[in-house]
Design a protein around this ligand. Structure first.
Ligand SMILES: Nc1ncnc2c1ncn2[C@@H]1O[C@H](COP(=O)(O)OP(=O)(O)OP(=O)(O)O)[C@@H](O)[C@H]1O
Length: 385
């Protein structure tokens, strides 16, 4: 998978641009607040259609009402264009000019490693479930579909519980058991390979304690219906569904103990990196192509083993974008980030635009020859994805 170029307009603090990326590693360095994370976030959104920001207007530059990102991609020898238009609570996706849903975009196109990944280890079960569900949804469109049906069923069932509609429960239970059981079985199957890959990555990170991933399930496919019936009174009293895969956890055991409670900060960071490498390898195995790797703030990684692991991982994929407050070693291209603008290292910013060795940094509405570049804002009004 290759990101040939990325364009943004009105995206957070980023000046409008079209950036061409070479194969290999692109290093982006600059001071705090320069827009490095925003660049990776925009790239991830354009590549996958995904964002974990719930209030989409946060992604739109202050003072503007709509934003736009576009990725020109190369995959298996063919080219495609993915566009995302953002407005207040709205997201419109296009693939080669045609409106699509997130699931219609290539699902193995990018992996994003961030400093806050440690929260997966130390935070609540919902963060670990989100990691698992997001990965499995990308591995299987069927999983994504069934999970979204299951989540809708839980919400509707909760409303019925709050309304005291005990008489309707058998209908909700039937859907819940069918969808929930499929989700549990899929998770169990996927976990076998995920576990192997995470253990390998943990060892490659020099950890002397083995890493094991297990599911802690609140019920099983075999006992789900009985468990729901047994907890009916409690559920009616609480007005919520208390058993099922939406309550499960991905237990990360390092050595003999749960990492969430016993790991040191550094060990937790190692576990988080192992999970991300496992994600990358699983997507590569599933789709037969290595994703674009986005690494945010490699320079925050002070441990030399983890730092070289990150840089080696970046070198193991056809293309990676690596940000930091210092230059990434071995980069094919180095960009300096400054106030939402990106210029090749060493080149002067001229009227906000620069061109060097196949890289073009085009600012605003005109390219070098004065013609319009890909920054026209597509209509996003009245749509949702
Ligand atoms: N919607 C928005 N409109 C305008 N500016 C925004 C918006 N959202 C975030 N910003 C600004 O973008 C700036 C750059 O943030 P970013 O996280 O990309 O910096 P960074 O270069 O990664 O910094 P660090 O090295 O500290 O991680 C921040 O100063 C933030 O206030």
């Amino acid at each position: 998978m290759r990101l040939d170029s990325l364009s943004t307009l009105n995206y957070r603090n980023l000046a409008p641009f079209t950036l061409a990326f070479p194969a290999g590693v692109t290093g982006v360095f600059g001071e705090n607040g320069a827009g490095k994370t925003n660049l990776l976030e925009a790239a991830y959104l354009a590549l996958t259609g995904l964002t974990d920001v719930t209030r989409l207007e946060q992604l739109v530059q202050q003072g503007e009402t709509e934003a736009y990102v576009r990725a020109d991609l190369e995959s298996g020898g063919s080219l495609s264009v993915q566009e995302v238009g953002l407005g207040r609570g709205r997201r419109q996706l296009k693939l080669d000019g045609v409106r699509v849903r997130t699931g219609d975009l290539p699902r193995g196109s990018a992996v994003w490693i961030r400093p806050e990944d440690s929260e997966m280890v130390f935070g609540s079960p919902s963060g670990r479930r989100a990691f698992l569900d997001s990965l499995l949804s990308r591995l299987s469109a069927r999983y994504a579909e069934q999970l979204s049906r299951y989540d809708r069923t839980v919400s509707q069932r909760n409303a019925a519980l709050r309304g005291g509609e005990e008489w309707a429960m058998h209908v909700w239970d039937e859907s819940l058991v069918r969808l929930g059981s499929e989700i549990m079985l899929f998770r169990r199957r996927a976990l076998v390979r995920l576990n192997e890959l995470a253990a390998e990555a943990n060892a490659a990170l020099g950890s002397r304690k083995p890493l094991t991933l297990t599911l802690t399930e609140s019920t099983t496919p075999e006992s789900y219906a009985q468990d729901l019936a047994a907890r009916r009174a409690e559920e009616l009293a609480r007005g919520s569904t208390v058993t099922g895969p939406h309550r499960d956890d991905l237990l990360l055991t390092l050595g003999d103990f749960p990492a969430s409670e016993y790991a040191s900060r550094g060990e937790g960071r190692t576990v988080a990196l192992a999970l991300r490498r496992a994600e990358l390898e699983l997507l590569a195995e599933r789709f037969g192509e290595r994703p674009v790797l986005l690494i945010d703030d490699f320079s925050a990684e002070l441990d030399p083993v983890r730092r070289s692991f990150l840089l080696e991982l970046a070198a193991s994929v056809p293309q990676a974008i690596v940000t930091g407050t210092e230059r990434a070693p071995g980069a094919a291209l180095t960009l300096r980030a400054q106030s939402g603008r990106f210029t090749p290292d060493g080149s002067a910013v001229q009227d906000g635009s620069a061109v060097q060795d196949g890289l073009s940094v085009e600012d605003g509405a005109t390219a070098g020859d004065g013609t319009a570049v890909e920054t026209e804002l597509p209509p996003v009004a009245g749509v949702g994805a």
